[in-house]
Each structure stands twice: as C-alpha cells, then as structure tokens.
Design a protein around this ligand. Structure first.
Ligand code: GTP
Ligand code: MG
Length: 365
C-alpha cells in the first residue's frame, strides 16, 4: 500500500491554519489527489470541522484534548478516513495553543507508523498581530509571558515559519517581521504567504513537498510553564438553534455578534469565531485579536430563517465571563434580527495540563 502523505500545520490561535488547509485541500484536489482532514480541539462543536465539511471536504475531529494527548485517537481517525475515503493526502490541524508537536506527534508517527505515513515537513504559521508584539518584547501585547512562551515554542520547533496575512502587511512591516523572525530563529527558513489571496502559496506548497531531515526539532520545554500558559486562556464552545418567522441576513447577524462580544470581553482575544449553518447556506465570522475588526471569513449574502449557530471563543479571560457574555449576547443579538436563540450545548473551561501519549526526548525517525 502506498504511504499516505501526512501534513500537519501548526500556528497560534487564529493564525490562519484552517484557511490554509482549505486552500491546500483544493490545491491537491486540483491535481487529482484525494484529500481528507482531521481537526482537533479541547472540546466538541468545532467551527472548523463544520466549515471544512460545508466546503465539501471529508473531515474527522479529535475532540476533548490535543493530538499529543490523544495520539491513538488521531491514528484511529486517520484510519477511518482511509477506509472511507482512500485519501492520498491527510491534512491535520492541531489546537492553536498546543506546542511540542514534533516530539509528541511527528516523531511518534514517523517511528511507529513510518510504513503507513509519509510525514511532510512541519510548517508553522506566524500570526502578525500578536507575533509582532511578542517578538519585539513589547509589554501589553495582550497575553501573559507564559502564553507568549507557547507562541515562541511553536515557532522554535518549525521546519519553516510562514508569515501569514501578507495581503494586509505593508512592505515595511513585512520586512520588519521577516527580520524579527529570522533573528529569533536564525536557522529556520522563513516564507511569506497570504492564505486568503493565495500570494506566496505556491512556494509554501512546494516546501511541503520536500523530503529530507525534517520534523526533528525536539524542544527543550518546561511543561509547567506550557500548562500554565494554556490555562490562562478561557475556552468556550457553544451551540444554539436560531429560528425566526421572517428571514434574517446571516452575515450581518454573525458580524454583529462577534463585534458585540469584542466590546464586552475584558481579556485579549486569541480567536473568536461563529458559524451559522442554514439549510442551503452557511457563513463564518471571526475576530483574531481584540484590536482587530470582526470579519467574515465566509459570507453567504443570503437570508435564512433557521440556523445552527456554533460559537468558539479562545480569550485570555475567565471562562465564566465568556460563558456569561456568550449566553447573554447571542439571544440579545438574535432578538435584534427578529430571531430566537435556544442554547443546545455549552462547554467552557480552562484547558488542562497536556500529558502526551508519547514524548520523544530525542529525534529517532
Ligand atoms: N486578511 C487575511 N486574513 C486571513 C488570512 N488567513 C486567514 N485569515 C483570516 O483569519 C481568521 C482566522 O483564520 P483561521 O484559518 O480560522 O485560523 P486558525 O489558525 O485555523 O484558527 P484556530 O483554529 O482558532 O486556531 C479568519 O477570519 C480568516 O479569514 C490571510 O492570509 N489574510
Ligand atoms: Mg482553525
């Protein structure tokens, strides 16, 4: 049996992983290859899984903990996708607050399943909004030093660092970011890309095709700092059924919801996203930093009278505050659009300490 190409893409919360993976999936499909994806989260009800499925891709999710702590489940999900879809390429998106993935996922996959999987170089997306402040060492960047530790560790284990959102950066800022990243990680190749427009994407895709000594950067990492940094984030996944007698504009409702949440949450937003799934259309709104503006990553330009609404929030705040704001604001915003929201599922918490299934102290494979 031909080995399955396994491509995992890292990067902080809101860095652009799902957007990039959707682009990669279309890129491989255009070459006649079959693609499947695995998403990952600390809880159920993922915006990303629904978004990718709505785009027509085969997706499984590992929910409840990160890939490293649910390594066997990751392998099981890949197996079931293999059985159902016979993919040539498997794209995997880890949790955006997770690091040490080379030691806990890439190396075990290579060592234990090297006959089945051909693991691609491990690229990590760089998120300019938070990355600039963190690499410049500016205080008031929004996150605590422990959360910033995770951001840096994610970049340290990368085979390539990909500065994303090139479409939004001035040439001067791009040059500054490039220099900052190169100075901090002098031996790591740095690429530039816009996952949104596709600029720089071909080079990135070509990088992933490379073979050689990749996926071998084992981190020297303090799991106490890592766990405490992750636990500083409030996490919330919530699901609602929204119904109205008169159809409402889905894009507008989602944008207003995310914008109102931005105004009411006290901590720095790592990523706030909401998907509305109607019978014939869907849309997604996002906010990737408190200082950014809410935006539609997928718009439907349509009205609807019934949707399933999923909200995923990762914010440096108390999960109880998140829960209270989301459960109050969703019905209030829906009411403004003449709709009623019924809460169907709710999980809010601080992520627990990561305890990887495997951890390779030295690169073996
Ligand atoms: N302008 C611009 N926006 C982008 C780009 N890439 C991603 N985005 C937007 O950034 C937001 C977050 O993108 P995602 O792909 O969901 O990020 P992610 O890394 O998967 O986020 P998590 O799964 O929460 O960790 C969305 O609104 C995207 O449309 C880009 O290259 N340019
Ligand atoms: Mg994502």
């Amino acid at each position: 049996m031909r080995p399955l190409r396994f491509i995992m893409l890292g990067g902080f919360l809101g860095a652009g992983k799902t957007t990039t993976l959707a682009r990669l999936a279309s890129h491989y499909q255009a070459q006649g290859l079959k693609v499947a994806l695995v998403t990952n989260d600390q809880a159920q009800d993922l915006v990303d899984t629904n978004f990718l499925r709505s785009r027509g891709f085969a997706v499984e999710e590992v929910a409840g903990a990160c890939f490293c702590c649910r390594f066997d489940e990751l392998v099981d999900k890949v197996r079931s996708l293999e059985a159902a879809n016979r993919p040539d390429v498997l794209l995997a998106e880890p949790v955006g607050s997770c690091t040490d993935l080379v030691a806990t996922v890439v190396q075990p996959l290579r060592d234990l399943y090297g006959h089945r999987f051909e693991v691609a170089p491990y690229a990590v997306l760089f998120k300019p909004s938070h990355g600039l402040k963190i690499l410049k060492g500016e205080s008031g960047g929004g996150f605590s030093p422990k959360a910033e530790y995770i951001f840096r560790k994610q970049l340290e284990e990368a085979d390539a660092i990909v500065i994303n959102r090139l479409d939004e950066l001035t040439p001067k800022l791009t040059a500054e970011l490039f220099e900052l990243v190169e100075r901090a990680f002098p031996t790591t190749p740095v690429l530039k890309m816009s996952a949104k427009t596709g600029e720089g994407f071909e080079l990135f895709a070509a990088f992933l095709e490379q073979e050689g000594t990749f996926g071998r950067k084992i981190l020297d990492i303090d799991y106490d700092i890592y766990a405490e940094g992750e636990a500083e984030l409030g996490w919330l996944n919530a699901g609602f059924t929204v119904t109205a007698t008169t159809p409402f504009a889905l894009d507008d409702l989602l944008l207003e919801l995310i914008e109102r949440l931005r105004g009411s949450l006290s901590g720095e937003v790592a990523h706030l996203k909401a998907i509305g799934l109607g019978e014939t259309s869907f849309a997604v709104a996002n906010l990737i930093a408190s200082a950014a503006a809410a935006e539609l990553s997928m718009s439907c330009r349509n009205t609807t009278s019934e949707i399933e609404l999923i909200v995923n929030a990762r914010v440096a705040t108390d999960p109880a505050q998140l829960e209270s704001e989301v459960t109050q604001l969703v019905p209030a915003v829906c009411q403004k659009f003449g709709a009623t929201a019924e809460l169907c599922s709710l999980q809010s918490f601080r992520p627990g300490r990561p305890t990887p299934t495997h951890r390779y102290a030295k690169a073996k494979a």
